[in-house]
Design a protein around this ligand. Structure first.
Ligand SMILES: Nc1nc2c(ncn2[C@@H]2O[C@H](COP(=O)(O)OP(=O)(O)OP(=O)(O)O)[C@@H](O)[C@H]2O)c(=O)[nH]1
Ligand SMILES: [Mg+2]
Length: 299
């Protein structure tokens, strides 16, 4: 469920008992992340002060990764981080205002989701402050499922989409991830902050936490994560980037072999495809911005 300074909060399958554990030496350098299914030995009573040991990590059904930073020229920039294991759904949380939506960020998350084989869900918060039209218009050709959230909105539709699955919330700091988790899980008690200027790096939540949703028959799990400034994709191949843009895929069938689809490719078929009205030119722009940022150019 959570990792804090080498202490892992685990929950037992059979009894839902919460157990604190540490890594056993035999795990070697393998890291344990939120969402991992693990085997425990030792004191699994969950009593105060009891400490179990994690001796095995089960094979992961999915791995959500991001590169720490897009700067490929530094070691830190190339560092790949596993965000969450075994997630089924990536809930991309974007505020409609304060902070304003950035489709470039959503596009990156979509690439990460398709690359990890995790289903995306667009969650548009602060719908009391601005309408969703501009964002939805940008994604019309994508059949991207979405939910709108206002402070007083009914969360029934969202709960239905979360049922029976492990869903991870990702988004910039201040978009309302923890606010949403507190509404979905009344005893979650996640700290909620004021919206700080984007890019200042002030995050209210500082580590990922998985929480069981309330309800009778497998209501699912929700994972709150700290706000991220960007979603680094240096670990995704140029080939896989296109998977985040399913509305453009068909436009590449007439490309010459080994076409890189960059703006510099004079024979790339995407320009004509978009000019003919088959896809939104902003989507092609976004795709090419991602290609360029992976090549080390400034976004
Ligand atoms: N108007 C309005 N404000 C909201 C809504 N949802 C959240 N907020 C406010 O937005 C601010 C930030 O919310 P948080 O839930 O802390 O945001 P977060 O995404 O968890 O931020 P980090 O933990 O830093 O990543 C708080 O002041 C919330 O009260 C909403 O639907 N409408
Ligand atoms: Mg938070």
């Amino acid at each position: 469920m959570a990792v804090d300074r080498g202490r892992y909060t685990c929950v037992l399958d059979e009894s839902a008992t919460r157990v604190t554990a540490m890594r056993a030496r035999e795990l070697g350098r393998k890291s344990v992340v939120v969402g991992d299914r693990v085997s425990l030995v030792g004191d699994t009573s969950g009593a105060p002060g009891a400490l179990a040991r994690i001796v095995r990590i089960a094979e992961r059904s999915s791995v959500l990764r991001r590169t720490a930073d897009d700067d490929e020229t530094t070691a830190e920039g190339r560092l790949e981080r596993v965000v969450v294991a075994n997630a089924d759904q990536l809930v991309i949380v974007t505020a409609l205002a304060d902070p304003p939506p950035r489709t470039g960020f959503v596009d990156r998350c979509l690439v990460a989701a398709y690359d990890a084989d995790i289903e995306p869900l667009l969650c548009l918060t602060k719908a009391d402050l601005a309408g969703p039209e501009a964002v939805l218009d940008y994604y019309t050709e994508l059949d991207l499922p979405y939910v709108l959230v206002r402070p007083d909105s009914d969360l029934g539709g969202l709960r239905e989409r979360l049922a029976g699955r492990i869903s991870v919330l990702v988004g910039h700091s201040g978009v309302g991830k923890s606010t949403l988790v507190n509404r979905l899980v009344p005893d979650a008690d996640r700290a909620v902050g004021t919206v700080s200027a984007i890019g200042r790096g002030r995050h209210t939540s500082t580590s990922a936490v998985a929480l069981p949703l309330p309800g009778a028959t497998d209501p699912g799990w929700i994972v709150d994560t700290p706000g991220v400034r960007s979603f680094g994709l240096a670990h995704v191949s140029a080939e896989s980037l296109l998977h985040g843009f399913p509305d453009l895929v068909e436009g590449t069938v007439d490309c010459p072999p080994n076409c890189e689809h960059t703006a510099g490719e004079t024979e790339c078929a995407l320009d004509a495809w978009v000019a003919a009205g088959n896809a939104d030119p902003r989507r092609l722009q976004s795709y090419r911005r991602l290609l360029a940022s992976r090549a080390g150019e400034i976004e």
